[in-house]
Design a protein around this ligand. Structure first.
Ligand SMILES: NC(=O)c1ccc[n+]([C@@H]2O[C@H](COP(=O)([O-])OP(=O)(O)OC[C@H]3O[C@@H](n4cnc5c(N)ncnc54)[C@H](O)[C@@H]3O)[C@@H](O)[C@H]2O)c1
Length: 330
């Protein structure tokens, strides 16, 4: 197939593009490098990279006109959930408007869209979340994802747009941006350790999350390329851990490689205390099988991170500074 992958320089896009190329597909990867890195983009004769900010609606339409893809995997986003209340405009432009800019040509050119939403749509409800729970996002990031989900459903009903939604959560793997101070908690812990800085846990650290190995997303995505329409699936690990446990795991792996840093606690953030999903639907319909071995996975990432250049950590421009956390003040 000829497949568009947005966010091809990020965690899901870089990994899944490689998987598609290995399986003989033709991939056109789109990314503006705002949150991913050039070095993570795949190479190969069946791969073409287009550097483009998806906010540029006309340019996006021209790309569809030029390539006429069969399917679009829309991974591009700025997934900094905790920061999203302080960057509302950026959040909605990046996560909602950019998606609208893709839904339009998907309607026009009859392209099926696989959209990665997020567990964030469930908000602070009682976990484990099942797909039939009414979304109740608690921040602009979750709201943007939910809005796109609703928009896809409307486009399906009115125009027959084919789409599927995946709600991933806490994905881990190489090609993750660990140089962003606002997201990817394990990546941040690893970067801090490698820089001999304390691992900072927000709040009491008893928040729970289920971190999942990216390799188990590949087969479900493959199935969604050609099967199902209008369906939503949770994908991720079943087993959850507290952030204290995760911090201790990173700390002990760090020690193994000669980095000995303390764990510290900072003020709590506005976030769901416990968040993890039920994955029965994906297991039953998408052959999803999770065999995440968190400690081994973190060690693999740690070893990968040791070989990476010490990239610059960027500050975002805050749109609201009211109530910004101490550790995010500049
Ligand atoms: N990684 C997770 O744990 C997780 C969990 C839930 C949902 N998701 C969703 O899955 C998708 C992929 O996540 P990821 O972890 O690979 O993210 P990522 O940040 O690693 O990759 C996203 C990529 O999109 C690109 N991008 C962002 N805005 C863009 C724009 N306006 N134009 C063009 N490119 C743009 C970035 O440069 C980056 O390379 C996202 O939609 C995210 O919301 C991820």
């Amino acid at each position: 197939m000829k497949i568009f992958v947005t966010g091809c320089a990020g965690l899901l896009g870089a990994n899944y593009s490689r998987h598609l190329l290995a399986n003989g597909h033709q991939v056109i990867g789109i990314d503006d490098l705002s949150g991913g890195h050039k070095a993570f983009i795949p190479k190969g004769e069946n791969f073409q990279f287009v550097k483009l900010n998806l906010e540029r609606r006309k340019k996006v339409e021209e790309l569809f006109e030029e390539h006429r893809p069969d399917v679009l995997l829309h991974f591009a986003a700025y997934a900094a959930e905790g920061l999203s209340p302080f960057i509302r405009n950026y959040n909605y432009r990046n996560n909602l408007i950019c998606s609208a800019n893709l839904i339009n040509p998907c309607i026009t050119y009859g392209v099926k869209m696989i959209f990665t939403s997020s567990m964030a749509v469930y908000g602070a409800q009682e976990p484990p979340f099942t797909e039939d729970k009414q979304p109740q996002p608690i921040d602009p990031y979750g709201m943007a994802k939910y809005a796109v989900e609703c928009d896809l459903k409307m486009a399906h009903q009115q125009f027959g747009l084919r789409y599927n939604i995946v709600r991933p959560h806490n994905v881990l793997g190489i090609y993750q941006n660990i140089w962003d101070r606002y997201r990817n908690v394990i990546g941040i812990f690893i970067r801090k350790t490698l820089n001999d800085q304390p691992i900072l846990v927000y709040g009491d650290g008893e928040q729970t999350r289920a971190f999942s190995d990216i390799q188990y997303y590949m087969e479900p995505f493959d199935i969604l390329l050609s099967e199902f329409d209008g369906e939503t699936f949770n994908i991720g690990a079943d087993k959850y851990f507290s952030l204290n446990q995760v911090a201790e795991t990173v700390q002990s792996i760090g020690k193994k490689y000669g980095y000995d840093v303390p764990i510290e606690h900072g003020p709590p953030r506005h976030e769901a205390k416990h968040a993890y999903c039920n994955h029965d639907k994906a297991k039953n319909l998408l052959k999803f099988k999770d065999d995440t071995k968190l400690e081994e996975l973190i060690e693999d990432m740690f070893v990968w991170a040791m070989k990476q250049p010490n990239r610059k950590v960027k500050d975002m421009e805050y749109e609201v500074t009211e109530g910004i956390y101490e550790y995010w003040k500049k």
